[in-house]
Design a protein around this ligand. Structure first.
Ligand SMILES: NC(=O)c1ccc[n+]([C@@H]2O[C@H](COP(=O)([O-])OP(=O)(O)OC[C@H]3O[C@@H](n4cnc5c(N)ncnc54)[C@H](O)[C@@H]3O)[C@@H](O)[C@H]2O)c1
Length: 365
């Protein structure tokens, strides 16, 4: 059994046992894990996944079925930074659709809490302690995914470091918490997580995705000139969580926005490079989303009335985020971003690659 789950036993013993019992009986992945102990794991995993895929292939063979096939039964997803916020919602959404989810985060307690939530809902997940800034951790993350679930279908890059500031000299800006110089250390730390962190997971996920057969979405298209069979499946899909900050300018956002602009270009370039391998790469661009990560920024910006904020007024920042920072006049729930990620990862988006799907309540229109 997985070490990570033993850790979980001590923190959420009752619910874990209950859920484990439930999934052990009902979830083929857990059944396959029993095979792991008996030394037959990988073969069993593949057999299980193929059986599930064969089942969905039958469904997809019907011309109308493909349009409604949003299930991820038998799929395996790695979601980085899924110990909280948007990442946790993504992990929960994939698991609710039947995917086995590898929850990757450098905050062990938070990551285990995500796994416990997924278990409590009857889903399948494993926590992997992982730091985006360490390539060895990423190699281990992918190896653990293969050893645990036998395959990888979806990678969601989401872990983030928020760094704000400007290049005008400290104190020459807004007078709020973002009125600070950006140091070389800031740039390095930011790029390690937000850019290199994404590039490394993509690089190490690719060999696993290459092992997959293309998913079984087949459309029989008949527009009156005979039936054309379209093989629309992918070997894997990658979704990068970028930001509305990938393409708009915001005051004192230089470091963060440059890193998210990089994610946008990484998405397009990888989509082009991987297209011949039938691996799709897309991004979502969230606007103002109600997460712990956003709270830090709300505290930093405080109010927008020009008054210097010594104590960084979180309530004022939240009001600003909620009222001015979108046409919708509200922040979004992380789940609303997760829906967009899920769509792009799924075969529903089979003809979409290199796209940045904005989820900002109209902020950037
Ligand atoms: N919240 C927003 O308003 C907003 C807006 C636009 C884009 N985004 C993007 O959405 C994504 C998620 O943001 P969030 O608000 O949910 O963030 P968050 O801070 O609430 O959660 C980030 C998660 O990443 C983990 N993490 C951070 N650094 C890590 C590292 N080096 N290694 C491993 N794990 C690490 C944290 O432990 C945490 O669980 C980010 O890519 C962010 O840029 C968020």
């Amino acid at each position: 059994m997985r070490t990570e789950r033993r850790v979980l036993l001590s923190t959420a013993q009752h619910s874990y046992r209950t859920c484990f019992k439930h999934t052990a009986m009902d979830n083929p992945t857990v059944a396959a894990l029993a095979g792991l102990a008996a030394g037959a794991a990988v073969a069993t995993m593949y057999a299980t996944a193929s059986a599930q895929r064969a089942e969905s292939a039958d469904k997809a063979a019907h011309p109308n079925a493909a349009a409604s096939s949003s299930t991820m039964a038998g799929h395996v997803a790695v979601v980085t930074g899924s110990g909280g916020g948007i990442g946790r919602s993504i992990a929960e959404k994939f698991a609710a659709a039947g995917a086995s989810v590898m929850v990757a985060d450098f905050n062990a307690a938070a990551g285990e809490a995500t796994v416990a939530k997924i278990y409590a809902a009857g889903g399948e997940a494993t926590f992997c302690l992982w730091d985006a800034t360490k390539e060895a951790d990423t190699v281990r993350l992918m190896a653990t995914t293969k050893a645990t679930y036998g395959r990888l279908d979806h990678l969601v890059n989401n872990a983030v470091r928020f760094v704000f500031g400007h290049l005008r000299g400290a104190g020459a800006g807004s007078g709020t918490g973002t009125d600070r110089d950006v140091t070389d250390e800031d740039w390095k730390a930011l790029f390690e997580t937000n850019v290199l962190g994404y590039a490394r997971t993509i690089k190490h996920a690719l060999p696993l995705m290459r092992l997959n057969q293309p998913s079984d979405k087949i459309i029989h298209n008949d527009q009156g000139a005979g039936v054309a069979r379209l093989d629309c499946g992918s070997r894997g899909s990658i979704v990068n969580v970028a930001s509305v900050s990938s393409w708009i300018a915001q005051p004192e956002f230089i470091p963060y926005n440059i890193s998210k602009g990089g994610v946008s270009q990484m998405t397009k370039c990888c989509a082009l490079d991987f297209a011949d391998e039938r691996i799709r790469v897309n991004a979502v661009g969230p606007g103002t989303i109600d997460t712990q990560g956003a709270y830090g920024h709300m505290k930093a910006i405080g109010t927008n009335d020009g008054v210097s904020l010594v104590d960084n007024d979180y309530a004022e920042g939240k009001k600003f985020f909620g009222t001015f920072a979108s046409c919708a006049k509200r922040m979004a729930a992380p789940d609303e971003v997760a829906s967009a990620v899920f769509f792009l990862a799924s075969d529903e988006a089979s003809y979409i690659t290199g796209e940045l799907l904005v989820v900002d309540g109209g902020l950037s229109i």
